[in-house]
Structure formats: structure tokens, C-alpha cells
Design a protein around this ligand. Structure first.
Ligand code: ADP
Ligand code: ZN
Ligand code: ZN
Length: 838
């Protein structure tokens, strides 16, 4: 696209912007920027009135847009593109597949640190006369003085200064009096990390006696001498003038070893012996990251692993993707590591995807030990700045391996050779909100194809979809059936709650069996994990007299009781209120809690085993950046005996001393109203069980249920994936569910319930007419039919996998939705499309 630039008089560019509008926007390039135009560079543009956005150049043209007056680009933000061709192609593919806009994908893909931040700021008008202040109100004067004092302030800050909710009236007053100027400030969000360093004044080294003279002058200043000596200890220029004096971190010079005096350092700088400067450093250079770097890795693959490894290489010859089905603890990770090492040796790049939670701890440490600073970590809890550094690191080819969460599929890879999707069955690979509602595993397959990279889908409990494709031969299939080393799979015990209830042996939510097992594990100083798939204390409270239950004012759900703040919370919108002391409906004071969450399990088990140190791990206890990591570390180091948690405890953790896992409520998982409930229950149970007895000690798993005879439990006891899969596949076939069909869920949202219902009905009718009655289900209100004050209606589309033109169907869907969206009557209705919903 740079070809004819020299001759072109006026140049236009098409810019992809992070907005949900299905087109590129054409801008005019100012003549002094023409040379800098390149596909993939970030630009700053004005969009609409006064909105400043960051976009990506995707195309250039000699022609102005036909239907609007092109604005000038405000700026080209970089010389080397942040985004490459493969990414643009991939994003376009995603937008088409998920029926969203490329702008949605860009918005999700680009870390916000690479987007501009624009902010309204206030500055005083220098021409404004002090005398004119008399005409302003007291508050306006106060604001004026504060702004003048600070030169300029962000608009929002004016409310704080005035201690009012809205500063608008005072600001308006000042604008009218021409006392202040409001302007838009645009800044790069990314801030490089800088450290203060000092180095020897280079002139001192120019002649041989320079340093000696300095030491003579410091003869009576021992503190300064100390600092200088320490410096020369760290950077031995004195012995060898060829040593490059890159300076020393000021903190390091002052902190380590013998106490050094900061004021003496200042004096050394003042006297020109040392000089101060600042240097941009990587955020990943700090101690936290260096701890584990390059610690070496001397594992030899076991025979079984070696076998699996060879089979994978064999499968790579004919298949793009291979399912690695290995029981928990079979050593899949070591195989991944070997495969990645191969890739690095061949000069390629590898991407290692992990579900959200598994990422923050053990796995990353394991990988860091092997790959050192060749490894980049892309985590959702990283700051904007850190994400930018990973992005740039990939762009500049600094990292050969990226381990990351689902959004790492968006990174600027040039040439991927291998993508590993670990725990490929995990639902956290799917993004639910906002668009693009993508599944990172599925997109990894697409990305792999674009790069001609091989893809590994690893799991102890593969998704029905992936395993089905492997069985059909579309993917390769490699299995590891035994745990590594001497570890055996845990013994699984079913605690029959029905029977224990009859025998009056139940204690709250606990069977006597589970309590006994916990006690005996604690007696042996072993550790326990208890799994309860619900946070809070109780999913609801209820009046004993009249059954009144507090519900969320904006959602159609009951409020969850949280014991520590003694309040009720909505897990859908975050609403909170104090727990009522009396019933709103009948005035009774008998309010009881119903059902069980992690907090209640925590409380109960503490009562049964008072000596044990119990810790809870759920969304409520792991909000802080390293919150999750801290709990894992404490558990690993034996500061915790019993870990109670939600699904967070089921994922990829590897502890030597855990011998018992309790699944407190298996029924809750099995009888969830969703066609995937059995699959989820099986996966969850096997994964949680996988945390027990991973090394030499034997593990036990206690599953509590009122349905001890359920066939699924028999499969779980034997960890019999094949058996589970066969039964499940039969059911899916019988009811035409995936993998035999593809689903698209269309949700119609509206604050006006009736209007939403009408829109959904009209949509379903239109679709039925064009796609046939068998392919359109609904409209129907979902189980939770109101969230955040919007009523929901769903229309489900079901397409047979073969002999059906999905592309055409998607086109029809788009058209039908367009009809509703452009109908003024339905202006207040919102339509959300979810392709392959989970
Ligand atoms: P998976 O990912 O299949 O659940 P892991 O890779 O975590 O299994 O392996 C289970 C345990 O066995 C880990 O503690 C791991 O360090 C150890 N392990 C696996 N393979 C080897 C090997 N070849 N040599 C030494 N230890 C191994
Ligand atoms: Zn009541
Ligand atoms: Zn709510």
C-alpha cells in the first residue's frame, strides 16, 4: 500500500475503530503524515463530535469517501505497526463467525494501554481579571482559585473540590464569565516504568588518576566513601576500564548490605562524582518474576509420556489438531513443555492457553523455571501497562512462548508453530459479555490454521464436542491413562445422604462419612479440599411463617446471604442490602437461611474440626491481584489444613499433601437445568478429584448425594470417560444437541416486558418462515427472565452440522435482526447474538 504514495496528492486511509458499527471510516491524511502511513499502525482520530478514538489503519486510498466529508487524521501514533496482517485477517474472521463487528473485536483485542485516554480538563483563562471574580458565586470563586493553583485539573475533580455531586452549574457560570477554559487532553495510557539510577561521572575515568583523586578528597568522608566503594564493587570499572558502566539502581545502592546514607549519595551527585539518570525498564524484570527464572528443568519423560509424545508428533503429520486425553496427574504438562521446547529450537513461537484461574500460580512458575525470560505471561489481572509490555514483547519477537488466558489469542503473533489449549473443556474459555462472544479454544483452531500451526487440546475430561471430532478422525487422539510415577487415581466414595438422613446421622450439610474422613486426614496432618459450587452463606433467606423471600429489585433472582457483612447480595448485578430483621410481608421475625454456600461449609467444618485451620477460596476472598496466589501459597506451605472453595479449587492445582477431596453437593451439579449439566458434573467431579493423591500418598474423594444410584456416579467412580461419553453422545443425538447441531442463541432484552415479547415473537416468526420450523425454538423466557432491569426473551436456532449452509443462515439471521432493529416501534429493544452459546 505504500507503493504510489510519493505521487499521490491527497491520501485517505480506512481506519478500523473500536465501535460497534459495521464499516471502516475514511480519514484524510495531513500531508506531513503521508510518509508514516502503514497498514496496522495506530492512529488518533476524531469520531463524531469531540470523541477521540484510537484506530488502526487497514487500507489507503486516493479517493475521498462518497457520503461524508472526511476529517483529517489527528495523529499517527507509531512508526512500527502494533497490529499485523494476520491479526486483521483473524479479527475479521471472528467478527463474521460470531456475527459481531470488527470494531467489537478490536475493542476486545487491543489492551486498553494501547488506546488513547481522553479527558476533559479545566484551566483558568489567563485573560480573566481578578476583579471579575466579584461577579462569580462563592463556590465558583473557590473552584477558580483551586484550578489556578493547580494550573489545570481533570473535569471530574472539580466535584471533589467543591464537595458537590455535580459541578455543572458552577462550571457553566464560569464558562459564561469566560473565567475558565475547558479542553480535551489526549494521552497515551501506557506509562513506561522508570527506575532512578546513578553512575560514575564518565570524566572521572578519562585519566588514570581521576578516581584516586576522588578517593583522596573523600578521605575524611567515610559515608561517601562507603557508597563509592560499594558502587565500584557492583561495577568494577576501577579494575577494568573496559567494563561498561551502565549504572546501578539507586535503591539497590542504598538498600542492600551495609546501611548507606541517602544524603551522602546526594552529596556525591552534587559534587559531580556520581550522576543521576532514569531508565525505562521492563515490568517483568522485578524480583517477583526473576525468582523462578532459568532454574533449569531436568525431567525426563516417562515411558508413557514419551509414547504419547511420539504419537502426537505422528498425528501432527496428518492432523491440524490433536486431543490429548490424559487423566489428572498423568503428566500432560511435561509433554506440553517438551513440545514447546521443540518449537523454540526450530525458531518458532508457541501459545499456551490456560483457563482464567489456573494461570495465576503453579503452572506459570513451572513454565518460568523452564523458559525463563523467553516466556511472556498474559493475565487478565495484569495492569494495562503490563499487558502493553507483553503485546510489544510479542511484536518485537522477544518472547518465544506466551502463556495466557483467552484474550492472548489476540496478541500480535507473526509465526505461531504450536498452540496448546490446556483444560480445553473449561467454560471460562468462552467470553459471554460483551461481544465478541468467542470461544478461545475454537478460535485457537482458526488461528492455528491461519499460521499453519499445530493445535493440542488437552484435558482429563475433554468436551463432548472435541472428543466427538477426535473419534470421527477429524482431530488426532492421544491418551495417557495412568498417573505419573507411583501415584494412583483416588478412591471414590459415595456418601449416601438419603440413607444417612434416615439413620439420623446427617450433621448440617455433612454426612458422617465425610466428617470422619476429614478428621482422620487432619489427624494424619494431611490436607483437605472441600468443594461447594456456590459462594456466599446461603443462596437465599426466607420467612418461616409465610415463605417470603427477598429478591433483587433489578433481577429475577433471590438474594444470596453473606454472613461476614450480614447482608444480602445479588450475584447477577451486585446489588446489596442489609438482611431484614423482620418479614416485609407478614412482620414475623423468624427469618431463616436456606441452602448452602461456601461460607456455610466453612463455618460447619470449623465446628466439626475446631483445631483445623480453614480457609475459603472463592470470588469473595480472591479479589485482590495476588489474592488467589496468596491462598495457594499458604496452602502449599501448610499454613492451611482445609481449603473450602468454589470451582476455583478444581483447576490445575498440584499439591503433594492433599489426600482428601469432598464434593459437598453433587446433586446441585447433576440436576442443573441445561443439556450440558451431566457433562459439567462429570468434568467437575473428575477434575476436583484430580486434586487428591497426586504424589506418593493415596487419595480419597467423598461425593455427597441424595441420588447414590445415579448412573453418572458409577462412571465417575471409575473415572470412566469413554463410558460417560458414549451415554452422553446418545442423548445429544436423540435430542439434536451439539455436537450434532450448532446453536445460535438470540436474546431480546427490553425494560418494557411486553415490547420485548413482541419483538422476540416477530423475530421468531420471520426466522421460522425462512429457516423452517424445526430450526427455530422459542421465543421463550429463560429461567432467570430479568437481569439489571431488562426482561429477557430467547430464540434458539439449531442447525444440523452437515448439509446445511451455516453462512447463509447467518445472513438470514442478520437480515431478520436488522428488520427489528430498524423498526422505530422496537427502538428500545436490544438484541444480542451468541453463536455456539455455553
Ligand atoms: P497433568 O497436567 O496431566 O494433571 P502434571 O503434568 O501436573 O499432570 O504432572 C503431575 C505431577 O507429576 C507433577 O507434580 C509433575 O511435576 C510430575 N511429573 C510429571 N511428569 C514428570 C516427569 N517426567 N518427571 C518428573 N516428574 C513428573
Ligand atoms: Zn413472613
Ligand atoms: Zn440483581
Amino acid at each position: 500500500m505504500q507503493t504510489a504514495i510519493g505521487e499521490i496528492q491527497t491520501l485517505f486511509v480506512d481506519v478500523l475503530l473500536p465501535v460497534p458499527i459495521p464499516k471502516y471510516f475514511r480519514y484524510r491524511v495531513p500531508s506531513d503524515m503521508v510518509e508514516m502511513v502503514q497498514k496496522g499502525v495506530r492512529v488518533m482520530v476524531e469520531f463524531g463530535r469531540r470523541r477521540i478514538l484510537t484506530g488502526i489503519i487497514v487500507e489507503s486510498s486516493e479517493f475521498p469517501p462518497s457520503s461524508y466529508q472526511a476529517k483529517y487524521l489527528l495523529d499517527i501514533l507509531e512508526e512500527t505497526p502494533s497490529v499485523n496482517d494476520k491479526q486483521l485477517k483473524f479479527w475479521k474472521w471472528m467478527a463474521d463467525y460470531y456475527l459481531c463487528h470488527e470494531g467489537d473485536v478490536l475493542q476486545a483485542a487491543l489492551p486498553s494501554g494501547l488506546k488513547l485516554n481522553s479527558q476533559s480538563r479545566i484551566q483558568v483563562n489567563p485573560d480573566f481579571d481578578e476583579e471579575d471574580l466579584a461577579d462569580l458565586s462563592d463556590k465558583a470563586v473557590r473552584l477558580f482559585r483551586a484550578v489556578r493553583h493547580q494550573q489545570s485539573i481533570p473535569y471530574e475533580q472539580s466535584a471533589d473540590i467543591l464537595e458537590v455531586k455535580s459541578p455543572y452549574p458552577y462550571i457553566k457560570e464560569m464558562i459564561q464569565a469566560e473565567a475558565i477554559i475547558i479542553y480535551e487532553e489526549v494521552k497515551e495510557k501506557y506509562k513506561p516504568k522508570k527506575v532512578s539510577k546513578v553512575r560514575l561521572n564518565p570524566t572521572l575515568l578519562e585519566n588514570a588518576s581521576g578516581l584516586e583523586e576522588v578517593f583522596t578528597s573523600l578521605a575524611k568522608k567515610p559515608k561517601q566513601e562507603d557508597i563509592l566503594l560499594k558502587y565500584l564493587g557492583l561495577v568494577p570499572v576501577y579494575n577494568d576500564p573496559n567494563v561498561n558502566d551502565a549504572g546501578v539502581d539507586k535503591k539497590k545502592l542504598l538498600e542492600e548490605g551495609k546501611e548507606m546514607s541517602p544524603s551522602s549519595l546526594k552529596t556525591l551527585v552534587k559534587n559531580g562524582i556520581l550522576e543521576e539518570f532514569s531508565e525505562v525498564v521492563s515490568r517483568f524484570d522485578d524480583a517477583h518474576f526473576q525468582l523462578y527464572q532459568n532454574m533449569g528443568h531436568d525431567f525426563e519423560l516417562s515411558e508413557a509420556q514419551q509414547n504419547a509424545y511420539s504419537q502426537i508428533l505422528e498425528s501432527f503429520k496428518t492432523k491440524d489438531a490433536t486431543v490429548l486425553h490424559g487423566v489428572t496427574g498423568s503428566g500432560k504438562t511435561e509433554i506440553y513443555i517438551k513440545l514447546i521446547q521443540d518449537v523454540i529450537e526450530g525458531g518458532g513461537q508457541a501459545l499456551f492457553l490456560l483457563p482464567e484461574i489456573a494461570l495465576s500460580t503453579q503452572m506459570v512458575v513451572r513454565l518460568m523455571k523452564v523458559f525463563g525470560d523467553q516466556l511472556g505471561v498474559y493475565h487478565s489481572r495484569y495492569s494495562d501497562n503490563e499487558r502493553v509490555e507483553v503485546w510489544r514483547g510479542v511484536n518485537e519477537g522477544r518472547f518465544s512462548v506466551i502463556v495466557g488466558v483467552r484474550s492472548s489469542i489476540f496478541l500480535p503473533f507473526e509465526d505461531l508453530s504450536l498452540i496448546i489449549v490446556d483444560e480445553e473443556h473449561e467454560t471460562s474459555y468462552k467470553q459471554h459479555e460483551p461481544a465478541p462472544r468467542y470461544h478461545a479454544r475454537d478460535m485457537a483452531l482458526v488461528l492455528g490454521r491461519m499460521h499453519q500451526a499445530k493445535v493440542i487440546l488437552g484435558s482429563a475430561t475433554p468436551s463432548v464436542e472435541s472428543y466427538y471430532l477426535a473419534q470421527k478422525g477429524q482431530f488426532g487422539l492421544v491418551s495417557l491413562t495412568e498417573r505419573f510415577g507411583n501415584a494412583t487415581l483416588p478412591e471414590i466414595i459415595i456418601a449416601d445422604l438419603k440413607k444417612e438422613r434416615k439413620q439420623k446421622k446427617l450433621k448440617g450439610d455433612f454426612s458422617s462419612r465425610l466428617v470422619d474422613e476429614v478428621r482422620s486426614a487432619i489427624d494424619k496432618e494431611e490436607q483437605v479440599i472441600l468443594f461447594q459450587n456456590r459462594r456466599g452463606y446461603s443462596p437465599f433467606v426466607m420467612c418461616e411463617e409465610c415463605s417470603w423471600t427477598p429478591t433483587c429489585p433489578s433481577c429475577a433472582v433471590s438474594l444470596t446471604y453473606h454472613i461476614y457483612k450480614n447482608d444480602l447480595r445479588c450475584h447477577y448485578c451486585g446489588y446489596r442490602e442489609a438482611t431484614p430483621k423482620t418479614c416485609v410481608s407478614c412482620g414475623s421475625t423468624k427469618i431463616k437461611t436456606v441452602g448452602t454456600g461456601t461460607q456455610k461449609i466453612e463455618e460447619e467444618i470449623q465446628n466439626f474440626v475446631p483445631a483445623a485451620r480453614v480457609q475459603r477460596m472463592d470470588q469473595d476472598t480472591t479479589r485482590k491481584k495476588y489474592g488467589y496466589q496468596q491462598i495457594i501459597e499458604d496452602f502449599e506451605q501448610g499454613h492451611i489444613d482445609i481449603l473450602v472453595g468454589t470451582q476455583m479449587v478444581s483447576k490445575g492445582l498440584d499439591f503433594d499433601n492433599v489426600t482428601l477431596v469432598g464434593i459437598c453437593n453433587m446433586d446441585q451439579m447433576m440436576f442443573f437445568p441445561d443439556f450440558r449439566a451431566m457433562e459439567r458434573a462429570f468434568q467437575m467431579a473428575v477434575q476436583v478429584s484430580g486434586r487428591a493423591g497426586r504424589k506418593s500418598k493415596e487419595g480419597k474423594v467423598v461425593i455427597q448425594t441424595y441420588n447414590a444410584d445415579h448412573p453418572l456416579l458409577k462412571k465417575i467412580i471409575k473415572q470412566y470417560y469413554e463410558g460417560f461419553f458414549r451415554v452422553e453422545l446418545k442423548e445429544r443425538h436423540q435430542y439434536s444437541y451439539p455436537p450434532f447441531t450448532r446453536l445460535i442463541k438470540v436474546t431480546v432484552k427490553s425494560e418494557d416486558q411486553l415490547l420485548g415479547e413482541k419483538a422476540a415473537l416477530q423475530l421468531a416468526k420471520g426466522l421460522t418462515r425462512r429457516l423452517g420450523i424445526k430450526r427455530v425454538l422459542g421465543p421463550q423466557a429463560p429461567t432467570i427472565n430479568k437481569i439489571r432491569n431488562k426482561y429477557l426473551q430467547e430464540v434458539m436456532l439449531k442447525f444440523e452440522r452437515q448439509n446445511f449452509d451455516l453462512l447463509k443462515a447467518k445472513g438470514i439471521l442478520k437480515e431478520e435482526i436488522f428488520i427489528i432493529e430498524t423498526e422505530p416501534f422496537f427502538k428500545k429493544v436490544q438484541i444480542v447474538i451468541d453463536v455456539d452459546p455455553l
